[in-house]
Structures are given as structure tokens and as C-alpha cells.
Design a protein around this ligand. Sequence first.
Ligand code: M7G
Length: 206
Amino acid sequence: VKHPLSNRWTLWFTKPASGKGDNWNDLLKEVITFESVEEFWGVYNNIAPVSDLALKSDYHLFKEGVRPEWEDPQNKHGGKWSYQFKDKRSVNIDELWLHTMLAAIGETLEDEEDGEVMGVVVNVRKAFYRIGVWTRTTGRHIPGRGDGDIAGGKGRSAEKGKEILMAIGRRFKAVLKLPPNEMLEFSGHTDSAHSGSTRAKAKMVV
Ligand code: M7G
């Protein structure tokens, strides 16, 4: 018996750059798509744990049809909640990433009608592990669209859009078991793209 997930999910991997000529697109690889709880465990049990990955690797788990890139049509008006674990030796990154994936595929990060969560990401870097949740919107107006298009056609007000994103941030913070004084930060992808890095100025904190 297979227990179907609400969505089909695709796992992606960013392999570390080997030389200077490597660009983002050469490094990002689609791994596998699954649609049941059993298939998820089959994948999970057969891939390297985050703690074994080389520096500059990423795992991305995204809804099928959404590439884990700022440029994807479903991400280009969006942003992400993220947190950097700077004490790499004391953090159980494998457990945190597992819990993050389970929250994504189990759809516990948002209410069903929100339709905000596009995927989750873990980055292995020299100074930190970063885990993030990518959302379809930023709670701001989309340039060139009319009022009421804050949330990409869902007719939400800016206040409602922000509240939905804040709720996702609070749930994600609980998944990561962060104490109240540690802050999760939200940043828009366009800000990330312009600054050339993820470390763009945070627009919201939780
Ligand atoms: P990062 O992995 O988000 O954060 O971006 P880091 O700076 O902490 O490592 C690292 C680099 O990967 C960026 O400067 C971009 O060159 C590239 N990169 C990352 N992402 C998520 C994208 C993306 O969505 N699209 C493109 N074109 N490049 C990206």
C-alpha cells in the first residue's frame, strides 16, 4: 500500500563547483520525483546525508514543475525564510533537514489554500549550514500588476499576504526548534539576485 502525498515533489542537488568555468546551471541536477510517503523514504535512505556532503553542495526539495531557482516563473516574485546554523559541529543538520522535508511533503508549513510553499533548501557552506523555505510571494505588490495582485492572483491584501508569510515563518521556526531569541529572516529573491547572494537584507523576521 502506498500513501500518496498531496503533491508530487522533486529532489535536486547542487554539486560543488570544480573549477572557474562552472556556472549555476551546470551544477544544478534534477535527481528524482516521488509521490508517496514510501517513495520518499526510499529516496531518503539511498542518498548521502547532509552531514556527508562537500562544501558548496545544496539539496533542494521542490514541488514538481518548479525549478529551485529565482528565475522560475513561480519563484520570481517570491522569497524565502531562512536560518543559518553557524555552529556546524553542535547542530544535528541531518535531523533538522529531515524534519524540514517532512514538514514540506506533509504540508504542515501552511494551510492548504495558501499555496505559498514552493520548496525547501539546505546549503552546506564553510561557515554554516543554511535551511530555507521558498515562498511564491513576498507580501509586496508585484510590479506591473494591479492592486490585489500581491499574492500572484489570489486577490489578497498586502496585510493578508504578509500574515500568511509570517505564519509560515513561525511554523518553520518551530520545525527547526529555534529558541525565541534566535531570528529567522525573510528575504525576497530579487534582492538576493541583485546582491549576487542569498545574504540580502531581511524584510521580515520571526
Ligand atoms: P546561494 O547558494 O543562495 O548562497 O548563492 P551563498 O552565497 O550563501 O552560497 C550562491 C550563488 O549561487 C549565487 O551568488 C549565484 O551565483 C548562484 N545561485 C544561487 N541560486 C539560488 C541561484 C538561482 O536561483 N539562480 C541563479 N541564476 N543563480 C543562483
